[in-house]
Design a protein around this ligand. Structure first.
Ligand SMILES: C[S@@+](CC[C@H](N)C(=O)[O-])C[C@H]1O[C@@H](n2cnc3c(N)ncnc32)[C@H](O)[C@@H]1O
Length: 203
């Protein structure tokens, strides 16, 4: 049986339990934006940090500091929208970039960005990186916050092998001595750190 109902062209039409329903397109857009904002806020509460991207200058300096000491993957801890993961994948086409991101919307955006860019060497992992062993990394890259760096400091000391490079945007690893450090001439005087895991403890 067919039936016809007059619906404004600006409406979206759905079938709910077999019944045709329509909602104004504008309402759909507002509801989607609200859902995205709430989802990002939930991510901030879970991880303690917003998905704020590295600035283009910071990305350039991080790329200069990433000098892999041996074969192996580059792990990005908290990749958000891919502002670092994508340039890393382009700069190191022969390396696998393992991009961890817990927050749903940035993670979906990153998956889409990877698909559109056609890059084959990025693996997006929607997981808390604190739950995984990071020992296989040749390089670790991160832009987190002080509380996270505290936890990470102990974790990396016990898991990374000597020679592994750690590059951090903005925050140092407490107890570690940077092998290289610089301050950008930007609004926030952003600091970029490069650490190398030493033979005994990495500190
Ligand atoms: C400041 S953003 C950095 C984004 C990106 N690295 C950049 O430099 O452009 C930090 C990201 O780390 C993610 N994050 C924080 N803790 C995490 C965890 N334990 N596991 C996975 N992702 C985490 C947050 O969701 C956020 O998107």
């Amino acid at each position: 049986m067919f039936w016809v109902q007059k619906v404004p062209l600006s409406n979206l039409v759905f079938a709910v339990h077999g019944r045709m329903t329509s909602i104004p397109f504008q309402l759909f857009l507002w509801a989607s934006a609200l859902f995205a904002m709430v989802s990002i806020l939930v991510g901030v509460v879970r991880t303690g940090i917003s998905p704020m991207p590295s600035s283009p200058r910071a990305v350039q300096r991080v790329l200069q500091y990433v000098v892999p000491p041996r074969a192996g993957s580059i792990y990005e801890l908290g990749a958000a929208w891919g502002s670092l993961a994508v340039p890393l994948a382009r700069a190191f086409p022969d390396r696998r970039i393992i991009a961890y991101e817990l927050s749903t919307i940035p993670c979906l955006f990153l998956l889409l960005r990877v698909r559109v860019s056609g890059l084959k060497n990025i693996e997006v992992v929607r997981r808390d990186f604190f739950l995984d062993d990071l020992g296989k990394a040749a390089v670790i890259v991160c832009y987190l916050y002080p509380g996270s760096m505290d936890r990470l400091s102990t974790k990396l000391q016990s898991e990374l092998i000597p020679g592994t490079v750690v590059v951090s945007n903005s925050f140092a690893l407490p107890g570690w001595v940077p092998e290289q450090k610089s301050q950008l001439k930007d609004l926030y005087r952003t600091k970029i750190y490069r650490f190398i895991v030493e033979k005994e403890s990495g500190a």
